[in-house]
Design a protein around this ligand. Sequence first.
Ligand code: FES
Length: 80
Amino acid sequence: MHTKQFLLIADAWVSENVPQCGYCQSGQLISAYHLLNDVSNPSLSEVKNRLNNICRCGTYPFIHDAIIKVSKVIAGLSDE
Ligand code: FES
């Protein structure tokens, strides 16, 4: 994955309203980067199983939605 694709992940974080949390989000972003590097178009269950970073406030649905969204963009299935 390249810098451009990492920026797509960051854009999805913003568009899916993932909280800009200094406690966990840098790790969530790096985990998403590695997940999408390994599995280009993961299912929701793959996303849930692969992300092991702890979020103390339960923003996982936002994170999962952002990863699914950016995976579709990277796969060319969506223009967003
Ligand atoms: S969003 Fe960072 S701990 Fe929940």
